[in-house]
Design a protein around this ligand. Structure first.
Ligand SMILES: NC(=O)c1ccc[n+]([C@@H]2O[C@H](COP(=O)([O-])OP(=O)(O)OC[C@H]3O[C@@H](n4cnc5c(N)ncnc54)[C@H](O)[C@@H]3O)[C@@H](O)[C@H]2O)c1
Length: 318
């Protein structure tokens, strides 16, 4: 099977690519290597993390907003399926750059849905987000209304779900949106709190703890995300959305304590009020994806340990 992965140099995209290639599929990666966070990390995911997979993928540097670029790639590669992960992903940055988010996340996704129909793609799996639950009360279920997003980022993800539904309905394109819940682990995203805590605690810097630490998350380890993406990619469902999150509700302060344990350092905490766009609690109801046979297997202790070990090795911390 040939799978096109947009955002292929990203945190989740590179991990999905690795697993697909290891099981014998071919991957076509698209990424524009933008500098929202250090592009060197994106290049190193390709160069180092995917170094043993070289013969299993082709990389195209380009932008999902560029329809001519997409046409060239699809004409040459004719992918069987798509995992669409490219997006502007940070919640806070979106508040200052809403137009960029609409452009990349909404227009870019529509370009891909459109070309997927024309090239008769068999399954279109795309990244949504737990943030679309906005003002809802947790635990969040796919049956809940999601009409109260509280950041432009979340609103763009809601828009992609609506667009995917239209394309499935009109053209019969199979689409599944995965609502990711706080993904963490090796090769993670430096703009995310889960990464910054490790970085700052190791470097002896103060960490900002929002909502005075009163936050809860279903932290989801990257390997569990990858197995969930592959489960859905193989299932070829007609149209829908699914939560994909860890199976334990973890208090933010417990996550920080676990980082302290595995870094061997005490955190200097700057307790702060809630930030605009942030949600105090994102707790997932994951029964729908479980019904497909998926289950998360990495507990936060092990996941944080792996993340800290990777961080020290990658950034050469002795
Ligand atoms: N990591 C999480 O906790 C999380 C949570 C919810 C949703 N998501 C969603 O999952 C997806 C993947 O997230 P991630 O954490 O791997 O983020 P990431 O930023 O590491 O990966 C996204 C990749 O897309 C690329 N990209 C961005 N704009 C592009 C464009 N216009 N054209 C081509 N490539 C472009 C980036 O360079 C990046 O490498 C995103 O859609 C994100 O919104 C992630």
């Amino acid at each position: 099977m040939k799978v096109l992965i947009t955002g292929g140099a990203g945190f989740i995209g590179s991990a999905v690519a690795k697993k697909l290639i290891e099981r014998g599929d071919t991957a076509v990666l698209i990424d524009n290597f933008n500098d929202y966070y250090d592009p060197k990390l994106k290049r190193n995911r390709i160069k180092i993390f995917l170094k043993d997979c070289k013969s299993g993928f082709t990389l195209y540097k380009g932008d999902i907003r560029d329809t001519k670029f997409l046409e060239r790639v699809f004409k040459k590669e004719k992918p069987d399926k798509i995992v669409h992960l490219a997006a502007m992903a940070g919640v806070r940055y979106a508040i200052e750059h809403p137009l960029l988010y609409v452009d990349v996340n909404v227009v870019g996704t529509t370009n891909l849905l459109d070309i997927a129909v024309r090239y008769k793609v068999k399954n279109f799996v795309y990244a949504s987000s737990s943030s679309i639950y906005g003002l809802n009360k947790p635990p969040f279920s796919e049956k809940d209304m999601t009409d109260t997003p509280i950041s432009p980022y979340a609103a763009t993800k809601k828009a992609t779900e609506l667009l995917a539904h239209c394309f499935s309905h009109i053209h019969g394109l199979p689409t599944t949106g995965l609502r990711f819940f706080t993904v963490y682990g090796p090769w993670g995203r430096p703009d995310m709190g889960v990464f910054k805590f490790i970085e700052n605690i190791i470097c002896g810097k103060t960490i900002d703890v929002y909502n005075f630490g009163k936050m809860k998350r279903n932290f989801t380890y990257i390997d569990d995300i990858v197995s969930g993406v592959l489960t859905v990619l193989d299932a070829d469902l007609p149209c829908g959305v699914m939560n994909i999150g860890g199976d334990h509700e973890v208090a933010l302060m417990d996550y920080i304590a676990t980082v302290e344990k595995y870094t061997g350092k005490e955190a200097k905490k700057n307790m702060m009020p809630m930030q605009p766009g942030d949600m105090a609690s994102t707790v997932a109801d994951i029964r729908k994806l479980r019904k497909l046979g998926w289950k998360p297997t990495t507990q936060v202790k092990q996941g944080v340990k792996n993340f800290v070990d990777w961080y020290k090795e990658y950034y050469k911390i002795v």
